[in-house]
Each structure stands twice: as C-alpha cells, then as structure tokens.
Design a protein around this ligand. Sequence first.
Ligand SMILES: Cc1cc2nc3c(=O)[nH]c(=O)nc-3n(C[C@H](O)[C@H](O)[C@H](O)COP(=O)(O)OP(=O)(O)OC[C@H]3O[C@@H](n4cnc5c(N)ncnc54)[C@H](O)[C@@H]3O)c2cc1C
Length: 474
Amino acid sequence: MSSDTTIVWLRNDLRLEDNPALYYASKFAKKNNSKISIIYILENFNLLSTDLGSASKWWLHNSLKKFNENFSKHLIQKTDFDINLFKGNPEEIFSDLIKKIKINGIFWNRRYEEKCLERDKQLKSKFKALNINVQTYNGKLLVEPWNIKGKQNQSLKVFTPYKNSLLGNHLIPECLPVTKIKHHLKISSSLKLSELNLISNNWMKKFEDIWNVGEKEALMKLEKFISNSVDDYDQDRNFLFKNGTSKLSPHLHFGEISPVKIWNMTCGNKSYEEISNGRKVFLSEIIWREFAVNLMFLYPNLDKKNIKENFDHFKWNDSEENFRAWTEGNTGYPVVDAAMKELWNTGWMHNRARMITASFLTKHLLLPWQWGANWFHDTLLDSDFASNYASWQWVAGCGADAAPYFRIFNPLTQSLKFDPLGKYIKKYIPELENLGPKEIHSPTNNFYKPMIVEHKFARERALNTYALLRKFNS
Ligand SMILES: Cc1cc2nc3c(=O)[nH]c(=O)nc-3n(C[C@H](O)[C@H](O)[C@H](O)COP(=O)(O)OP(=O)(O)OC[C@H]3O[C@@H](n4cnc5c(N)ncnc54)[C@H](O)[C@@H]3O)c2cc1C
C-alpha cells in the first residue's frame, strides 16, 4: 500500500450513487493503490454570494450525518470511516493538507456560481502546479449551461428554446453505480459534525418530525412518486391541498439524488417521446431547474440585480410593517397567510403558493422582490440560489422570460381555483376550520383579520407604478 491519498471534495453532492467525482476517484485510487479521503468544507459562503440560509443549515447537518452512515456501510475496511469535515477557506485548508499528507489526486463535482467557478479554476491550477491530478465533473445537472446553445450558437435566455435544445441535442447518460471503497483516511485535524455549528435554534426542531433526510429517503420518495403520482402530475401539481408533487427539492439541492437518476427512473425503459404527459411535465420542471442554473451562469448577480434593467427605475415601497405581516402570514388573505405559515412551519412551500405569495409581495404590497427572496432563502429547506432568485425575478416581472408584470394574481381567484374547499387554508389556519367553501377564501372581519390592502386598489396601484417604467427600455 502506498501512502498516497486521493481526495474527494464533496460539495452539493451528498450521495454515493451517480456521483462522478466519487466514482472516478475510487477508480483512480484503485489503479494507484492509494487511500481515499472524503472531505466536506463548510465554506464562508458569504464570499461566494451563496450564504447558507437557516433552514438549509438544518438540512445540511442531517445530510452530512446520513452520508456518513451510508458511506460507512460501503467501506470495505470498517475503520476510520468518518468523512473529514472542515470549516473555512478551502484554499487555506488544502494548503495545510498538502503539507501534511501526500495527495496524488483531488476530485470534485462542479458548481456554477460565478465566484465558485473562478475560485475553483484558481485552485485547479495551483494543484496542477504541484503535480496533483485534478479532475472535475458534472454531478449536478443533466447538461451544463455552456453546452446548451441556440441555432446561432448563442446562449439561451428563454425557457422553451432552452428546453428544446436540451431535448433535441443531448442524450441523458446512464447513472454511475455506487462504488465500494477499500481504505478511507481520517484526517486528524478534521472537525466533528457538531463543531460545524449548523444546528442553532429551536425553530429547526420541528423539521425532525416532518422530513427524512438523505440519499435513501430521496430514492424511496422518488420510487413512491413514480408509482403513485407522476402520471397525474400534469393534472394535480397545481392543487395546493394535494400531494401532487415530488417534494424532492431539498434532496436535489443538496445532491442526495441526481437529476440524471430522476430522468432515468421517470423514463423507465421508454424513450422521452413515449412517456405519459404527466412524466413529461415533471421532467420539464427538472429542466426549469437547469434553466435557473443557466440564468445564474449568465447573470451572476441574480440575487440583487434586475435582469431587465428598466426595473432599476421601479418605485418600490419600503414598509417594514407590511413586510412583517407578509412573513408572519398576517395579510388578511387566507391563501397567502396559509402559504406563509406552511413555509414557517414546514420549511417548504407548494410551488403555486410560492407564486401567489411572491406576486402578493411584489404587486399587492409593492415591496422589493429581493426582500421576499431573502426571506425564502432563509426559511426554505430547499433554498437554492439559482432557482430561488430566478423564480422571484420571474414572478416580479424583471426576470429573463418573466411573467409579464401586468399578470397580477388575484389571491381570491387563485384560492378558489387551487384550493376550492379550503383544505389547504384550514390545515395552516385552524381558526378558519368551521368556515365553508363559500366564506373561507375571503372571510368577513368577524371571522378573520382585515386585509392589509384591498385587491382592486392594489392592482391599480401596481399597474400605474409599472406604467411609469414604459419610458425606459428593457
Ligand atoms: C418565488 C419562488 C421561489 C422558489 N424558490 C426555490 C428554491 O429556493 N429552491 C428550489 O428548488 N425551487 C424553488 N422554486 C421552484 C419550485 O417552487 C420548487 O422547486 C418546487 O415547489 C419544489 O417542490 P417539489 O420538489 O415537489 O417539485 P416538483 O413539482 O416535484 O418538481 C421536481 C423538481 O423540479 C425542480 N423544479 C420544479 N419547479 C421548478 C421551478 N419553477 N424552477 C426551478 N426548478 C423547479 C425542483 O428541483 C423540484 O424538486 C421557487 C419557485 C418560486 C415561484
């Protein structure tokens, strides 16, 4: 046995199956007779503009724990199986490791935030100069954004051409299998999970009863969804009270399951053209996730800057009081309040509800989309820089391929259409339990708090504010 070590640097890819960095590192280690050492670094994400939200920290803690348990079962020599945890700047951590152990290779799956890409490029050349074999892979997407182009080889900023190009020009690969690893190196300077300090407040405790984290759970969830729901996905996915969607978003965000695995399992032994409409619509959502990464790649400041620059002139309000009412589910609109309570109580929100609440904040309250996006980022377990900020810009009207600003959701109509019996509302606002389907969507003040803004007034105000933008080109 040589004393060389091959490092696998885990990032948002906390799984064993279909993990290219892990798979190819283990092949490399076998060939070179070296040990594998798996590391995870809790980075200072502020520097990368993708700071971890509070809810995400809870998920990450549990996901690392589950990865470790699962990994230990796949290790042939059952010693030193704890993966190595670090906190801080990867450059400094690697410099230190290189001094302490003889590293022959470093393998990781790519991330797509601009600052991550730049940083990774620098690290790569540094390692190469030290004669360390560096290999990086696509472990997050079906197809990486720079490989999806239009007919004139241009980048695509509209969803449908993006999807068509992905479907028309790319084959989705098979999944890579789980590999057994013989020797794992535990690095003495690595930290205990508790030392990452990811679990910090009582609010997080409630997630324990609701969510099962980890690769195994993600796979079970997907299998169940495919057996029971996917073929009706196109019909059911918008109903707030139905379990019509997969709830795989946090698993996907932390890489507990890969989109390639989801694609292959959803298609089964059929080609994409042969699967049901429900399955096609579901896979289309997986492509929305890819499209969001593409937007982040094209617009790295997606979290702060309007994609449509004419929105820089938009006159937003700054009422902290209204913002608080929105976050607490105290707007007086039952469907908006139920959705905000779903978020606070479960760390997740139905996609339709995300659209309703985001529209309410930006159009009814005229509050800046960044306020709402940052609140979602902090409280969603699936918070994802690309999907969250791209979706907020889409709803607000300033995003690429955005819903037009004048499309202002009427919360009452949305409620009647997507929660006709008020089941969703009753689940999160039990004080409305006794109201019937006629009153529950818009109860009188005897039963519920008054609306903080009246719909007709808010709609006209939003349209007038928007009209002021017309003189600026987008
Ligand atoms: C304002 C707003 C904020 C959002 N913030 C996030 C976020 O932080 N993280 C996040 O993962 N999704 C976000 N979404 C997209 C979407 O709401 C969630 O992905 C979806 O609700 C997750 O539930 P699910 O796993 O049951 O989805 P399913 O309907 O089962 O879809 C399967 C997967 O496809 C992806 N997906 C579905 N819809 C979208 C979409 N519109 N855009 C991008 N990917 C999508 C997700 O990875 C999802 O898990 C946001 C949407 C809006 C309108």
